[in-house]
Design a protein around this ligand. Structure first.
Ligand code: NAD
Length: 260
């Protein structure tokens, strides 16, 4: 249990990649602050399960990360646990539409959640990490932080932004024991992927099977979805002391997508 006594805030951890990361951190003894939307009963069950696994404290804060005041309250949730030692910026959303038909409010929401929230959580977590001389900021970016796909302009713009932000903050924190990195998965089988299938079917006039095989996995040379547990295992490695020299990187876990 190498994270005993450490506290992690994982945004968007009621589902998918974030939940797998929270589970992995709790299994190594970390205190965890969960965040995200969902059914209160299911979230409480997750919280209790993780707390039992961790042996520490696991809390839930349902902050809507598109709102800066709510982010401040989320970060304060870790104050009496010594503040955040590990910050996993993972919450994200997608909307699929050609740019000239892209709903303006969706653009604003995606930029707020996928990019600006990463700025707000990081700016609030960094002073405490620097004071302790140890910290880990791990941003779930995407293969779309490096390459583009049509009809995802807001998502691609936000994720490219996250990759750039990661580099800048890594340089600022380089001498303080705090590392700042991105993990960039290809297609991971989660509700986020499931939910964009109907929109892609409509936008490109395709069947469900065609979207899965010819659109989603078309870009992924392994023809396998990445799993949430693979992403979580990498996040856990970045928290180890052996990973102290990994900073400012954008680590791809994309089945070879961005090698093409
Ligand atoms: P998911 O839909 O399973 O989980 C998203 C999480 O974010 C949920 O907990 C949800 O409640 C939370 N969330 C959504 N809006 C929120 C808001 N306004 N405030 C707070 N929380 C909010 O998605 P996922 O696939 O696990 O995605 C997690 C991250 O991984 C995202 O940043 C996504 O862009 C990135 N990613 C996913 C894939 C993939 O194929 N699934 C690939 C590359 C990158």
């Amino acid at each position: 249990m190498f994270l005993k006594g450490k506290t992690a805030i994982v945004t968007g951890s009621t589902s998918g990649i974030g939940l797998a990361c929270a589970r992995a951190l709790a299994s190594e003894g970390a205190n965890v602050v969960l965040n995200g939307f969902g059914d209160p009963g299911e979230i409480e069950a997750i919280r209790a399960e993780l707390e039992a696994a961790s042996g520490g404290t696991v809390r839930y804060n349902g902050a809507d990360l598109t709102k800066a005041e709510a982010i401040a309250a989320l970060m304060a949730e870790a104050d009496d646990l010594g503040g955040a030692d590990i910050l996993i910026n993972n919450a994200g959303m997608q909307h699929v539409a050609p740019v000239d038909q892209f709903p303006v409010e969706k653009w604003d929401l995606i930029l707020a959640l996928n990019l600006s929230a990463v700025f707000h959580t990081t700016r609030l977590a960094l002073p405490g990490m620097k004071a302790k001389g140890w910290g880990r900021v791990i941003n779930t970016a995407s293969a779309h932080s490096l390459v583009a796909s049509p009809n995802k302009s807001a998502y691609v713009a936000a994720k490219h932004g996250v990759a750039g932000f990661t580099k800048a903050v890594a340089l600022e924190a380089a001498q303080s024991g705090v590392t700042v990195n991105c993990i960039s998965p290809g297609y991971v089988w989660t509700p986020l992927v499931e939910n964009q299938i109907p929109d892609t079917m409509k936008a490109r006039n395709l069947t469900r099977e065609q979207v899965v095989n010819d659109v989603l996995l078309a870009a992924q040379p392994t023809k396998q979805f990445v799993t949430v547990d693979q992403v979580a295992a990498l996040a856990l490695f970045l928290c180890k002391d052996e990973a102290a020299s990994i900073t400012g990187t954008n680590i791809c876990m994309d089945g070879g997508w961005t090698a093409q």
